[in-house]
Design a protein around this ligand. Structure first.
Ligand code: BGC
Length: 455
């Protein structure tokens, strides 16, 4: 299959289309315990021997906590209209609930002041995977009370920063929180438990719904949504087994979080897929979960070709590696047409809620920045060119896509891979903290300038 071809001559993105770049707190900030902050589960996980490649931690990361002004200046140079970042819960509430830490709120005030002065709209995500450690000790996402804890944190943050945040997102990628954190254990808090996963999923949904209600009751009025990662599934063959496996994989990854929000129920395949591990949830929980969103953020990185495999738990499906594709450093197939498909699929299944592509990008090997003033990253330029064109095609097909955020502004801590996978459009030398533009950043700057794909 083709990896996409630009061929969108004369296409211009609609007026007001928002171009941005994205990051998250633990991946870039560093100084995780500064100014009265409490530890998060990523603090504990990254300091547990054996969990992180090379023993890397977020203790310094990109030192954005101290260098945010320099990073906002880079955003300005790129010409972005918006910057998506996340707020660290344990900076605001060091114990997760109760005592508010002024030092934490002040950091996000300084950052947002700087963004607003540069004419850049702040998009804040409340939860990008860094649960306060104190709440994990009380059961974390397995405790039903987490919905109240999250709503408390959300309310404090809405009240303190509501006058300056242009877009809010409740959760980033609940699928990854559960699949990585509670089922396969590669991400904090590192559990591997089939029975825990649906409970964590449902509590994330409840927490999202309760925060939505808290938002509607607050004085903040900017648009609010949720961010999900979607990965279109293509059956490896038209056999009955592969088609059924493909539907299960799709239910697990793509419908698990959107169906409850938009349709008030988990995918119909779930009781069969989870067997004994699937609990009965109170029907009344869905009253909050279905609270209307102003937008949905879609993160797209790759697709999957699926075949039946009875040995795999839950999905009973496995991926088939494509023989002639380009793969990123994380082993992900580069397949831009699925970016268009996923946006069209979202609209067809869930209706016309506005969409932002809140993450899209790729880790590739980059030559050392010392070799020149600009880091030459042709594969990443190709990736962005083809995926941005694919977003354009979805718009041509009538999908209400309002913006696009490149992942990521900076090379950063790629979770348990540590600093070994570089997703940045800006290179970071982690020894000196020097930032160097990559050619992909210059390409993206040209996209933003013309709101079109440069030839
Ligand atoms: C996450 C980011 C992550 C990126 C690349 C997304 O799943 O939101 O935090 O760095 O993908 O793996």
């Amino acid at each position: 299959m083709s990896t996409g071809e630009t061929n969108l001559t004369n296409f211009r993105f609609p007026d007001g289309f928002l171009w941005g770049a994205a990051t998250s707190a633990y991946q870039i900030e560093g100084s995780p315990l500064a100014d009265g902050a409490g530890p998060s589960i990523w603090q504990r996980f990254s300091h547990t021997p054996g969990m992180m490649t090379n023993g890397d931690t977020g203790d310094v990361a990109c030192d954005h906590y101290n260098r945010y002004k320099e990073d906002v200046a880079l955003l300005r140079e790129l010409g972005v209209g918006a910057y998506r970042f996340s707020i660290s819960w344990s900076r605001i509430l060091p114990e997760g609930t109760g005592r508010v830490n002024q030092g934490g709120l002040d950091f996000y005030r300084r950052l947002t002041d700087e963004l607003l002065a540069a004419g850049i709209k702040p998009m804040a995500t409340l939860y990008h995977w860094d649960l306060p450690e104190a709440l994990d000790d009380r059961g974390g996402w397995l405790n039903r009370d987490v919905a109240d804890w999250f709503a408390e944190y959300a309310s404090v943050t809405f009240d303190a920063l509501g006058d300056r945040i242009a877009f809010w997102a409740t959760l980033n990628e609940p699928w990854v929180v559960v699949d990585g954190g509670y089922l396969h254990g590669a991400l904090a808090p590192g559990h591997r438990n089939l029975y825990e996963a649906p409970i964590a999923t449902h509590n994330l949904m409840r927490a999202h719904g309760r925060a939505m209600r808290a938002y509607r009751a607050s004085s903040a009025k900017s648009p609010i949504g949720i961010v999900v990662n979607l990965e279109p599934k293509y059956p490896a063959s038209q056999s009955e087994e592969d088609l059924a496996a493909n539907a299960r994989a799709d239910a697990y990854m793509n419908r698990q979080y959107l169906d409850p929000i938009f349709r008030g129920a988990y995918p119909e395949e779930f009781p069969d897929m989870w067997g004994d591990a699937w609990p009965d949830f109170p029907a009344s929980d869905f009253d909050e979960i279905t609270e209307k969103l102003d937008f949905v953020g879609i993160n797209y990185y790759l697709r999957a070709v699926t075949k039946a495999d009875p040995k795999v738990m839950i999905e009973r499906a496995t991926r088939v590696k494509q023989p002639h594709a380009i793969f990123t450093e994380t082993g992900w197939e580069v397949f831009p047409p699925a970016m268009t498909e996923v946006l069209v699929w979202f609209r067809d299944r869930y209706g016309d809620t506005p969409v932002y592509v809140t993450e899209n990008g790729a880790a590739f090997y980059d030559p050392p920045a010392a070799l020149g003033d600009v880091v030459d990253d042709p594969l990443r330029v190709h990736y962005f060119r083809e995926h941005i064109a694919a977003v354009g095609r979805a718009i041509e097909r009538g999908v209400d896509v309002r913006g696009y955020f490149a992942w990521s502004l900076l090379d950063n801590l790629e979770w348990s891979h540590g600093f070994t996978k570089r997703f940045g459009i800006i290179h970071v030398d982690f020894a000196t903290q020097k930032r160097t533009m990559k050619k992909s950043a210059l390409f993206y700057r040209d996209v933003i300038r013309g709101s079109t794909i440069p030839t």
